[in-house]
Design a protein around this ligand. Structure first.
Ligand SMILES: [Zn+2]
Length: 181
């Protein structure tokens, strides 16, 4: 029988599947006892539990991986080169600890969690670059709520404050203009 048609019984779902449907463990030099689909289910469940429990190390490490992947993909597509520190996972965890899980700007406790609904929360933890072009490197990062980060976008803090000041100073004029629409 050719190698590719070899079959194996999954100890989890009790189904017989081609051996290619089982992950190969290089260190153990053999395939897993459960099939890929069963293994993936267990992994997903374990990851979801960690996110639901607010395991900040797990969540921030995954976040760092997403940032790295995202910037690399954008650069490959002709975007700007945004430096990403290879220690980003540790940097984000240290920030979370030193800020005690609070937004750098507002001191409001941030939310990590999982799911698309939580990421819409204004207090959802995001990574802010103080000088955007310097990228995700130590000394250029703080954690802050989604709303604050969303407002500031890629603007420097002092420019942002000037912008806010304009709105505060002209609030009544803007209110009057809005009434005329
Ligand atoms: Zn299985």
């Amino acid at each position: 029988m050719p190698r590719s048609t070899k079959e194996k019984l999954c100890k989890n779902c009790n189904e017989t599947k081609p051996s290619g449907e089982f992950y190969y463990h290089r260190d153990r030099r053999k395939r897993g006892k459960a099939c890929k689909s069963c293994t993936d289910k267990v992994t997903r469940k374990r990851h979801r539990k960690k996110r639901d429990e607010g395991d900040y190390k797990f969540i921030l490490r995954s976040r760092a991986a997403v940032i790295k992947r995202d910037k690399k993909a954008k650069f490959a597509n002709g975007g700007p080169l945004i430096p990403v520190d290879s220690n980003l996972p540790d940097i984000l965890c240290e920030l979370w600890e030193s800020q005690s899980g609070k937004c750098f700007y507002t001191d409001v406790p941030m939310i990590l969690g999982s799911g698309k609904f939580q990421s819409n929360n204004p207090n959802f933890a995001t990574v802010d670059r103080l000088i955007p072009n310097l990228g995700y490197v130590k000394g250029n990062l703080v954690l802050c709520g989604r709303l604050v980060n969303g407002c500031m976008q890629d603007v420097l803090f002092e420019d942002y404050i000037e912008h806010c000041q304009f709105f505060v100073d002209n609030a009544n004029t803007i209110r009057e203009k809005l009434k005329l629409i």
